[in-house]
Design a protein around this ligand. Structure first.
Ligand code: ADE
Ligand code: ZN
Length: 354
């Protein structure tokens, strides 16, 4: 059988290396719901969508800000009802992730967005877990699950969700915090994050996406998070950057999300190069790829093209993704060696992509 890595690359006469091996650390599974699957699940479950066709739905993917995206993101979840739906959603993501060079995925899910519609938390977790249990063998991808609390819901709702998830905590690696950021500071969730820590879970939080640097400080000092999701607005606070660099706190940056949510009008204006220059442990991720126009490697390609990143910088980002992951050390080392092998196969500059 001819593998991707052994097929000839006409431009270099060296073996084509395929996409860089990478870990995806910021991926909302509900944000991988492609229009085709949304319509298929709507038919299967007898759910009426307010769009006549997939194209009409796609035309709604024009966002002014985070909230305008979230409105559609939550509305489309109406098609996710059964364990099979969640398993199919995760399988569809994993198949795409494999094509994009993803070797390890730490996957967010939003239980409150489903329990609020009458879907039991066990249905969500069992469905996702069924697909993830097959991921290593079927797609060659190791996985972890991260349960997020919706920050625009109450602290009591987050606590009730954590208690409802207790029978499933063996399936969950970390808790996270997402949804509309401004007006919902991390401190609101101090108690539930303390319970998660007591239960031995890792902690992450979206902070500094639309919210101020003060929210990143709080996520670090009050919630005690292991990673910051997005965190781009940290760049507005020199002292915060120094802290993040000193502690090498990973930031899971999502370039196409930043573009599609109109934080920048041009990806060439993304602060990723300045973040790298500052010595931050930055990773590149896809956030909600079905909505933002690209999966993991598409984000790598987009920043390469818009920001002129060279092969060495792309490999640094890929290495960071494994360093920032919750993997055990031997597996992390094995994946890092895959990047070395990719570099060797791609030649001196390590041409990225096919
Ligand atoms: N939920 C899904 N995607 C999100 C994002 N980019 N920010 C906050 N919450 C989200
Ligand atoms: Zn996100």
């Amino acid at each position: 059988m001819t593998s991707v890595a052994s097929s000839p690359n006409p431009s270099t006469d060296r073996p084509a290396a395929g996409p860089l091996p990478k870990a995806e650390l910021h991926l909302h599974i509900e944000g991988t719901l492609e229009p085709g699957l949304a319509f298929a699940l709507a038919r299967r479950n007898g759910v009426e969508l307010p769009y006549a066709t997939e194209d009409e739905l796609r035309r709604a993917y024009s966002f002014a800000d985070l909230q305008s995206f979230l409105d559609l993101y939550y509305a489309l979840m109406a098609v996710l009802r059964t364990e099979d739906d969640f398993a199919d959603l995760a399988h569809a993501y994993l198949a795409r992730a494999k094509e994009q060079g993803v070797r390890h995925a730490e996957i967010f899910f939003d239980p409150q967005a489903h329990t609020a519609r009458g879907v039991a938390i066990g249905t969500v977790i069992d469905g996702l877990a069924r697909a993830l249990d097959a991921a290593e063998e079927t797609y060659g991808i190791s996985t972890r699950l991260i349960m997020c609390f919706l920050r625009d819901e109450s602290a009591e709702s987050a606590l009730a969700t954590f208690e409802a998830a207790r029978p499933y905590l063996h399936r969950i690696t970390a808790v996270g915090l997402d949804s509309a950021e401004v007006g919902h500071p991390p401190v609101k969730f101090r108690e539930v994050f303390a319970l998660a820590k007591e239960a031995g879970l890792k902690c992450v939080a979206h902070a500094g996406e639309e919210g101020p640097p003060a929210y990143v400080w709080e996520a670090l000092d009050v919630l005690g998070v292991d990673r910051i999701d997005h965190g781009v607005r940290s760049m507005e606070d020199e002292r915060l950057v120094a802290r993040l660099v000193a502690d090498q706190v990973p930031l899971t940056v999502c370039p196409l999300s930043y573009l599609r949510l109109r934080v920048v009008d041009d990806l060439a204006d993304h602060p990723l190069p300045a973040m790298l220059d500052a010595g931050l442990l930055v990773t590149v991720n896809s956030d909600d790829p079905a909505y933002f126009g690209g999966y993991a490697d598409d984000n790598f390609t987009a920043v390469r093209d818009a920001l002129g990143l060279d092969g060495a910088t792309l490999r640094r980002l890929a290495r960071n993704s494994f360093r920032a992951s919750f993997l055990d050390e031997p597996t992390r080392e094995r994946y890092l060696k895959e990047i070395d092998a990719h570099e060797a196969a791609a030649g001196q500059d390590g041409a990225h992509g096919a």
